[in-house]
Design a protein around this ligand. Structure first.
Ligand code: SF4
Ligand code: FES
Length: 258
Protein backbone atom coordinates (compact mmCIF):
# COMPACT_ATOMS: atom_id res chain seq x y z
CA UNK A 1 0.00 0.00 0.00
CA UNK A 2 1.08 3.57 -0.59
CA UNK A 3 -0.25 6.23 1.75
CA UNK A 4 0.15 9.90 2.54
CA UNK A 5 0.67 10.74 6.22
CA UNK A 6 0.08 14.15 7.76
CA UNK A 7 1.96 13.87 11.05
CA UNK A 8 2.13 16.36 13.93
CA UNK A 9 5.80 17.28 14.46
CA UNK A 10 6.79 19.24 17.55
CA UNK A 11 10.44 19.20 18.67
CA UNK A 12 9.68 19.74 22.37
CA UNK A 13 7.01 20.88 24.79
CA UNK A 14 7.86 24.57 24.43
CA UNK A 15 8.14 24.65 20.63
CA UNK A 16 5.26 25.23 18.23
CA UNK A 17 4.11 22.18 16.32
CA UNK A 18 2.90 21.72 12.75
CA UNK A 19 1.72 19.01 10.38
CA UNK A 20 4.36 17.57 8.05
CA UNK A 21 3.45 15.41 5.06
CA UNK A 22 5.22 12.10 4.43
CA UNK A 23 4.82 9.36 1.87
CA UNK A 24 4.52 5.87 3.32
CA UNK A 25 5.50 3.53 0.48
CA UNK A 26 5.23 -0.26 0.08
CA UNK A 27 3.47 -0.79 3.41
CA UNK A 28 2.26 -4.40 3.83
CA UNK A 29 -1.48 -4.66 4.62
CA UNK A 30 -0.65 -6.98 7.51
CA UNK A 31 1.67 -4.40 9.15
CA UNK A 32 0.38 -2.80 12.33
CA UNK A 33 -0.05 0.97 12.48
CA UNK A 34 3.11 1.26 14.60
CA UNK A 35 5.04 -0.98 12.20
CA UNK A 36 3.96 1.36 9.42
CA UNK A 37 5.42 4.26 11.44
CA UNK A 38 8.60 2.17 11.96
CA UNK A 39 8.95 1.81 8.17
CA UNK A 40 8.47 5.55 7.67
CA UNK A 41 11.01 6.23 10.44
CA UNK A 42 13.61 3.92 8.87
CA UNK A 43 13.19 5.86 5.66
CA UNK A 44 13.57 9.19 7.50
CA UNK A 45 16.69 7.92 9.32
CA UNK A 46 18.21 6.78 5.99
CA UNK A 47 17.69 10.30 4.66
CA UNK A 48 19.29 11.80 7.78
CA UNK A 49 15.99 13.28 9.02
CA UNK A 50 14.62 13.15 12.57
CA UNK A 51 12.34 10.08 13.04
CA UNK A 52 8.78 10.63 14.30
CA UNK A 53 8.64 10.16 18.09
CA UNK A 54 5.77 7.97 19.33
CA UNK A 55 5.10 6.01 22.51
CA UNK A 56 4.81 2.22 22.64
CA UNK A 57 5.90 -0.78 24.70
CA UNK A 58 4.06 -4.12 24.61
CA UNK A 59 2.50 -3.75 21.15
CA UNK A 60 -0.05 -6.31 22.36
CA UNK A 61 -2.81 -3.98 23.58
CA UNK A 62 -2.06 -4.44 27.27
CA UNK A 63 0.35 -1.74 28.50
CA UNK A 64 -1.49 1.44 27.49
CA UNK A 65 1.64 3.20 26.24
CA UNK A 66 0.57 3.68 22.64
CA UNK A 67 -2.19 5.93 21.45
CA UNK A 68 -2.57 8.65 18.85
CA UNK A 69 -5.42 10.41 17.12
CA UNK A 70 -5.86 8.84 13.70
CA UNK A 71 -8.04 10.87 11.35
CA UNK A 72 -9.51 12.57 14.43
CA UNK A 73 -10.38 9.36 16.31
CA UNK A 74 -8.48 8.18 19.38
CA UNK A 75 -6.77 4.86 18.48
CA UNK A 76 -8.21 5.01 14.96
CA UNK A 77 -11.15 3.51 13.13
CA UNK A 78 -11.50 0.03 14.70
CA UNK A 79 -13.64 -0.37 17.82
CA UNK A 80 -12.03 -1.74 21.00
CA UNK A 81 -8.58 -1.65 19.41
CA UNK A 82 -5.39 0.05 20.61
CA UNK A 83 -3.18 1.84 18.10
CA UNK A 84 -0.62 -0.99 18.31
CA UNK A 85 -3.29 -3.57 17.47
CA UNK A 86 -4.67 -1.57 14.54
CA UNK A 87 -3.56 -2.99 11.19
CA UNK A 88 -3.09 -1.34 7.85
CA UNK A 89 -5.77 -3.55 6.28
CA UNK A 90 -8.20 -1.13 7.98
CA UNK A 91 -7.09 1.51 5.44
CA UNK A 92 -7.17 1.71 1.65
CA UNK A 93 -4.30 2.10 -0.78
CA UNK A 94 -3.88 5.83 -1.52
CA UNK A 95 -5.48 7.02 1.74
CA UNK A 96 -4.33 10.18 3.46
CA UNK A 97 -4.02 9.61 7.22
CA UNK A 98 -3.78 12.45 9.75
CA UNK A 99 -1.82 11.45 12.87
CA UNK A 100 -1.83 13.66 15.99
CA UNK A 101 -0.99 13.34 19.68
CA UNK A 102 -3.67 13.32 22.40
CA UNK A 103 -4.85 16.93 22.89
CA UNK A 104 -5.52 17.92 26.52
CA UNK A 105 -4.04 20.54 28.83
CA UNK A 106 -3.34 17.87 31.46
CA UNK A 107 -1.49 15.70 28.90
CA UNK A 108 1.07 18.10 27.41
CA UNK A 109 2.98 17.11 24.29
CA UNK A 110 6.60 16.12 25.03
CA UNK A 111 7.62 15.54 21.43
CA UNK A 112 5.73 14.81 18.18
CA UNK A 113 3.13 12.17 19.12
CA UNK A 114 4.36 11.59 22.69
CA UNK A 115 2.41 13.15 25.57
CA UNK A 116 3.19 13.34 29.27
CA UNK A 117 0.71 11.04 31.05
CA UNK A 118 2.28 11.36 34.51
CA UNK A 119 -0.96 13.03 35.69
CA UNK A 120 -2.48 9.53 35.59
CA UNK A 121 0.31 8.24 37.86
CA UNK A 122 -0.43 11.01 40.36
CA UNK A 123 -4.15 10.12 40.34
CA UNK A 124 -3.26 6.49 41.09
CA UNK A 125 -0.84 7.59 43.83
CA UNK A 126 -3.65 9.62 45.42
CA UNK A 127 -5.75 6.52 46.15
CA UNK A 128 -5.48 3.68 43.65
CA UNK A 129 -4.21 1.11 46.14
CA UNK A 130 -5.30 -0.98 49.12
CA UNK A 131 -3.69 -1.05 52.55
CA UNK A 132 -5.07 -4.46 53.60
CA UNK A 133 -2.12 -6.74 54.39
CA UNK A 134 -2.29 -9.32 51.62
CA UNK A 135 0.55 -11.67 52.64
CA UNK A 136 1.06 -14.76 50.53
CA UNK A 137 -1.63 -16.00 48.14
CA UNK A 138 -4.69 -17.03 50.22
CA UNK A 139 -6.65 -20.24 49.65
CA UNK A 140 -8.87 -19.57 46.64
CA UNK A 141 -12.19 -19.85 48.49
CA UNK A 142 -11.09 -18.13 51.72
CA UNK A 143 -12.67 -14.82 50.69
CA UNK A 144 -15.97 -15.44 48.99
CA UNK A 145 -17.02 -12.81 46.47
CA UNK A 146 -20.23 -12.92 44.44
CA UNK A 147 -19.58 -13.87 40.81
CA UNK A 148 -21.27 -10.70 39.53
CA UNK A 149 -18.93 -8.51 41.61
CA UNK A 150 -15.86 -10.44 40.45
CA UNK A 151 -16.90 -10.08 36.82
CA UNK A 152 -17.53 -6.33 37.20
CA UNK A 153 -14.22 -5.82 39.04
CA UNK A 154 -12.40 -7.66 36.26
CA UNK A 155 -14.16 -5.54 33.62
CA UNK A 156 -12.98 -2.38 35.41
CA UNK A 157 -9.47 -3.77 35.88
CA UNK A 158 -9.08 -3.99 32.12
CA UNK A 159 -8.38 -0.24 31.92
CA UNK A 160 -4.82 0.12 30.60
CA UNK A 161 -4.45 3.84 31.36
CA UNK A 162 -3.99 4.81 27.71
CA UNK A 163 -5.86 8.15 28.08
CA UNK A 164 -7.86 7.77 24.86
CA UNK A 165 -10.93 8.63 26.95
CA UNK A 166 -9.41 12.04 27.76
CA UNK A 167 -8.43 12.68 24.16
CA UNK A 168 -11.95 11.94 22.92
CA UNK A 169 -13.82 13.89 25.60
CA UNK A 170 -14.82 17.47 24.66
CA UNK A 171 -14.13 18.39 28.32
CA UNK A 172 -10.83 16.46 28.43
CA UNK A 173 -12.23 14.56 31.39
CA UNK A 174 -10.48 11.49 32.76
CA UNK A 175 -13.49 10.31 34.74
CA UNK A 176 -13.76 7.00 32.84
CA UNK A 177 -10.17 6.20 33.84
CA UNK A 178 -10.76 7.24 37.47
CA UNK A 179 -14.06 5.36 37.59
CA UNK A 180 -12.41 2.17 36.32
CA UNK A 181 -9.60 2.39 38.88
CA UNK A 182 -11.95 3.25 41.78
CA UNK A 183 -14.39 0.50 40.81
CA UNK A 184 -11.99 -2.38 40.35
CA UNK A 185 -10.85 -1.95 43.97
CA UNK A 186 -14.19 -0.79 45.40
CA UNK A 187 -16.04 -3.87 44.16
CA UNK A 188 -13.83 -6.28 46.12
CA UNK A 189 -13.74 -6.88 49.91
CA UNK A 190 -10.04 -5.94 50.09
CA UNK A 191 -10.85 -2.51 48.67
CA UNK A 192 -13.60 -1.62 51.18
CA UNK A 193 -11.60 0.08 54.00
CA UNK A 194 -10.53 3.02 51.80
CA UNK A 195 -13.44 2.86 49.34
CA UNK A 196 -14.96 6.30 49.88
CA UNK A 197 -11.72 8.04 50.83
CA UNK A 198 -10.20 6.61 47.63
CA UNK A 199 -12.98 8.02 45.44
CA UNK A 200 -12.66 11.49 46.99
CA UNK A 201 -8.85 11.57 46.81
CA UNK A 202 -8.61 10.34 43.22
CA UNK A 203 -11.27 12.74 41.95
CA UNK A 204 -9.63 15.63 43.85
CA UNK A 205 -6.30 14.79 42.16
CA UNK A 206 -8.07 14.44 38.79
CA UNK A 207 -9.44 17.98 39.20
CA UNK A 208 -6.12 19.36 40.46
CA UNK A 209 -4.37 18.00 37.34
CA UNK A 210 -6.64 20.11 35.14
CA UNK A 211 -8.87 17.40 33.66
CA UNK A 212 -12.44 18.55 32.96
CA UNK A 213 -15.71 17.37 34.46
CA UNK A 214 -17.83 14.59 32.97
CA UNK A 215 -21.00 15.83 31.29
CA UNK A 216 -22.10 12.47 29.89
CA UNK A 217 -21.08 12.86 26.24
CA UNK A 218 -20.06 9.19 26.09
CA UNK A 219 -17.16 9.81 23.68
CA UNK A 220 -14.81 8.12 26.18
CA UNK A 221 -16.73 4.84 26.14
CA UNK A 222 -16.91 4.95 22.33
CA UNK A 223 -13.12 5.03 21.89
CA UNK A 224 -12.01 3.01 24.93
CA UNK A 225 -9.98 0.07 23.61
CA UNK A 226 -11.00 -2.01 26.63
CA UNK A 227 -14.73 -1.33 26.48
CA UNK A 228 -14.87 0.34 29.91
CA UNK A 229 -18.53 1.19 30.45
CA UNK A 230 -19.97 4.58 31.41
CA UNK A 231 -21.79 2.67 34.17
CA UNK A 232 -18.54 2.82 36.14
CA UNK A 233 -18.79 6.63 36.20
CA UNK A 234 -22.29 6.30 37.69
CA UNK A 235 -20.82 3.90 40.28
CA UNK A 236 -18.04 6.39 41.06
CA UNK A 237 -20.57 9.20 41.47
CA UNK A 238 -22.56 7.08 43.94
CA UNK A 239 -19.36 6.47 45.96
CA UNK A 240 -18.64 10.21 45.91
CA UNK A 241 -22.13 11.05 47.20
CA UNK A 242 -21.83 8.46 49.98
CA UNK A 243 -18.38 9.77 50.87
CA UNK A 244 -19.65 13.37 51.03
CA UNK A 245 -22.56 12.35 53.31
CA UNK A 246 -20.06 10.53 55.50
CA UNK A 247 -17.97 13.68 55.87
CA UNK A 248 -21.05 15.83 56.64
CA UNK A 249 -22.17 13.29 59.28
CA UNK A 250 -18.71 13.28 60.87
CA UNK A 251 -18.51 17.10 60.83
CA UNK A 252 -21.96 17.36 62.50
CA UNK A 253 -21.00 14.77 65.12
CA UNK A 254 -17.80 16.75 65.74
CA UNK A 255 -19.77 20.02 66.11
CA UNK A 256 -22.19 18.29 68.50
CA UNK A 257 -19.31 17.03 70.61
CA UNK A 258 -17.60 20.46 70.72
S1 SF4 B 1 -10.86 4.01 30.49
FE1 SF4 B 1 -10.33 3.09 28.46
S2 SF4 B 1 -9.65 4.83 27.23
FE2 SF4 B 1 -9.57 5.50 29.38
S3 SF4 B 1 -7.49 5.08 30.09
FE3 SF4 B 1 -8.72 3.25 30.61
S4 SF4 B 1 -8.47 1.90 28.82
FE4 SF4 B 1 -7.77 3.92 28.12
S1 FES C 1 2.00 -0.60 22.97
FE1 FES C 1 1.13 -1.52 24.77
S2 FES C 1 -1.01 -1.17 24.50
FE2 FES C 1 -0.15 -0.46 22.64
Amino acid sequence: MNLVLKVWRQPNAAAEGRFVEYEARDIPKEASFLEMLDIVNEDLARRGEEPIAFDHDCREGICGMCGVMINGVAHGPEAATTTCQLHMRSFNDGDTIVVEPWRARALPVIKDLVVDRSAFDRIIAAGGFITAPTGSAPEANAVRIPKGDVDLAMDAAQCIGCAACVAACPNASAMLFVAAKVSHLGLLPQGQPERHRRALAMVAQHDAEGFGACTNHGECEAVCPKGISLDFIARLNRDLIRASFGFVRKARAHEGAA
